[in-house]
Design a protein around this ligand. Structure first.
Ligand SMILES: C[S@@+](CC[C@H](N)C(=O)[O-])C[C@H]1O[C@@H](n2cnc3c(N)ncnc32)[C@H](O)[C@@H]1O
Length: 270
């Protein structure tokens, strides 16, 4: 068993890993990430502390599945591509996507995260991990700049200092000839009300970067081509997996503009 001592934003990746593991163990999972369930079994941790019930786990899985679908579309259209998976945590996206070795895939997170990944996950051709803060931009020099790039980041931007987050996105746009970015963003109201976000609060993490809305990204050299409210992530084909109470509250909340704006999954081109 692996002992882990992550705190603050690094601990949040254990909450999402656990969410995907809970989903994988359901009879009808949304994502079915069995590698996540195996990783959870190898980590000695009090998983109950995140208060991750089945509905919350399904929401984590729905977000991951949506980003997987966009990643798949990008790789199908760009067989020679560079993928930067930023704030990867313990996410097994590279194994779920199983890209051909021609794709250069980089997972980036803090060095402690990369060390745990190296202990638990296998190496593969075309795949590298970089242990660095994503906002210390020196790591970008390790990534070849010649191919179109997909930048995928799940549950990352809201933890970044806003000025550093904007500088990161601008640096990525400048470095590659073209590409896409797929990530989630929070509203300023989500940052202001972060104490109601149980996994974040229990991790001791602080949310910092909120946007007025996805359109704000256009000022950073990005063109927003999709913006899906987190409230809408469970589509008609998966909504019946949620409890009746969750379905009811999603239905009610989806009518409130302020709530719809709290979190979006965005796909941008540059
Ligand atoms: C909510 S977790 C999400 C992890 C993973 N994407 C997932 O969905 O399971 C947030 C992740 O962002 C990482 N993170 C936060 N700030 C970071 C930074 N400045 N540089 C690198 N990683 C960062 C944390 O270490 C953590 O792994």
């Amino acid at each position: 068993m692996e002992k882990v001592h992550f705190t603050e934003e690094k601990a949040t990746m254990l909450a999402t890993l656990y969410g995907r593991a809970v989903d994988a163990r359901l009879d009808r999972p949304i994502l079915g990430d069995h590698a996540a369930a195996e990783a959870v079994d190898k980590i000695d941790y009090d998983w109950r502390r995140f208060g991750m019930n089945t509905d919350a786990a399904l929401s984590v899985a729905a977000r991951a599945a949506a980003l997987d679908a966009w990643t798949r579309e990008f790789l199908d259209a760009n067989p020679a591509a560079t993928v930067l998976h930023l704030g990867c945590g313990m996410d097994t996206r590279v194994y779920r996507m199983d890209p051909p070795p021609a794709v250069r895939w980089f997972d980036v997170d803090y060095p402690e995260t990369v060390e745990l990944r190296e202990r638990l996950y296998p190496a593969r051709d075309g795949y590298r991990m970089i242990g660095s803060s994503v906002t210390d931009l020196g790591w970008l020099g390790e990534v070849p700049a010649d191919w179109p790039a997909l930048v995928v980041a799940e549950g990352l931007t809201m933890y970044l200092d806003p000025a550093k987050g904007r500088a990161l996105l601008r640096a990525l746009v400048e470095r590659f000839p073209s590409g896409e970015m797929a990530f989630d963003v929070f509203s300023r109201a989500s940052i202001a009300t972060q104490k109601i976000n149980t996994p974040v609060r229990r991790s001791g993490a602080t949310l910092r970067w909120g946007l007025s809305g996805p359109a704000e990204l256009e000022g950073l050299g990005l063109t927003v081509v999709d913006a899906v409210s987190a409230i809408d992530l469970a589509g008609p084909e998966t909504i019946d997996r949620f409890s009746a109470a969750a379905r009811w509250s999603l239905k009610v909340l989806s009518r409130i503009a302020f709530v719809r704006n709290m979190s979006h999954l965005v796909r941008c081109r540059f």
